[in-house]
Design a protein around this ligand. Sequence first.
Ligand code: GDD
Ligand code: MN
Length: 373
Amino acid sequence: MKIVIVIPTYNEADNIGRLVDILQQEFLKRPGHDFHTLVVEGNSPDGTANVVRDKMKTHENVHLLMEKEKAGLGAAYVYGFKEAMYEMKADVIVEMDADFQHDPKDVVRLVDEIDKGYDYVIGSRFAKGGSIPEEWAFKRKFFSVGGNIFSKIVLGIFNVNDFTSGFKASRVKGFVDRLPLDTILSRGFAYKIDLLFKMHRLGAKIKEVPIKFGLRDRGNSKMENNNMTDSLRVVVTLRYNENKNFVKFLAVGGIGFIVDAGLFNILRIGTLSSRNSALASGFTAMMVTFILNNYWSFGERKIDGTKKKVVGFIVYIIFSSIPIAVRSRLVGFSVSMFGDTALVSNTAFLIGIILGLIWNFTVYSKIIWKGKK
Ligand code: GDD
Ligand code: MN
């Protein structure tokens, strides 16, 4: 397999030469693979590029990609990934830092897991046996651990403990080549969460390998100050994007309720009897919610054609009536069992609404507006 180690650098002249040399030694341990090192240089003023050019004279598997300017870690990786994938035809891409916080001796450990059939191997600081530096201030440790727990819960990915690790190996075919690299959610460090989430949703077999995250050998960290809020934004955006339909569906339900209650009272005070008002307002509200769901909540799967719309609307009414009927039975049953008090009837009514929401959303997204695959 062709394996390309992508290393972004900014002012790493003191580190990159030694790292390249050690990696060359490590590559010899797995002679079955064709290893290459690709440095993505953010146009550092300290001469990092020249150190790499010097190494290229003696090692033909060392490559240099020059950025016009420092454009953030996410941007550097996207540039490096594309080069590795399309120009160098890599089968596996390894990402790692230049400052020895990632132990070059761990590269073969990651690659071994790819050989075993995993698609996405994460060098994890928070897996059993991994660690972060003792010397880190409490605040940094706290945000690092807390951020990972938050990401885990919000994204619903429970087999990963380190969402922002910068040390990992990814299979290209079927995975990196299917990532939407041109629309990453962050050009900074938080892009890692974005890509991890998408890898997971692509069905990658994920493996965490514990690593000891060292202290930076020389030079300074380039971590942006807005790193925390940026990561938070990425996590929430990923979740929202996936549940956009549901959030919109809830909004449409709210609008439906306002139309229903408003029209009911207008008609009742005006001309119609209460019974007919309830019927007319209920039907109008259903029509309104159907149209809003069709053009907005499920807009990307909307029903076209008059005949199909009429059929769709009838099916919509039938399915939407079911939870209403169930709810009224539930309320009736509850008050007969526990007494007709405000608490009992309202609790039953609320449970009915929640069941109805789940029912309607499932039916709408799976039957009425089922996406074309
Ligand atoms: N080309 C380029 N452009 N390289 C960059 C840039 C940039 O804008 N910013 C940073 N780098 C390079 C650095 O030279 C280094 O090799 C690597 O990217 C990581 O940068 P550091 O500044 O050392 O990052 P860190 O140690 O604070 O963060 C590391 O740990 C984080 C988790 O705590 C990284 O591995 C992050 O990816 C990780 O999320
Ligand atoms: Mn670092």
